[in-house]
Structure formats: C-alpha cells, structure tokens
Design a protein. Structure first.
Length: 74
C-alpha cells in the first residue's frame, strides 16, 4: 500500500489526476451509491442544481475546460 505521505509529495497535476481516477473508480462502481448515502440536505442541493442545469444547460462548462483552468493556476 502507498503511504499518504508519498501521495502528498506528488505535484498538483499528479494529485488532481489521481483524484479524478479515484472518483471515476467510485462512480463506476454500482454498489457505491448504497455505501455513500446522502443526507436530506445534500439530496435537496443536488436536486436544486439539477433543476438549475436543466433550466439553463448553456451555463455549464465542460470538465476539460475547468480542469485545464485549475491546472494552469499553479
């Protein structure tokens, strides 16, 4: 197993890439939803954001654009 201290030594781009890969592994796991229950407040917030997105989908930005912006802030 990799030590947390070693992971924290990675540069920002490597840590963001690792986060993305970890999140994708969780998101693609069908059993993850039952292991990560939402509170009522979290569910309400997600429902609100989904309504806002459906009302104005052009306000969204592609993940690649946001990620590039974050990586260029260094």
């Amino acid at each position: 197993m990799i030590a947390k201290a070693d992971l924290l030594k990675l540069d920002l781009a490597e840590r963001l890439e690792l986060i993305e890969e970890l999140w994708e592994s969780i998101a693609s796991d069908p059993s993850a939803a039952s292991q990560l229950p939402l509170t009522d407040d979290e569910r309400a917030l997600l429902d609100e954001r989904l309504r806002e997105h459906r009302a104005n989908p052009d306000a969204a930005r592609p993940w690649a654009e946001v990620r590039a912006e974050l990586l260029n802030r260094r």
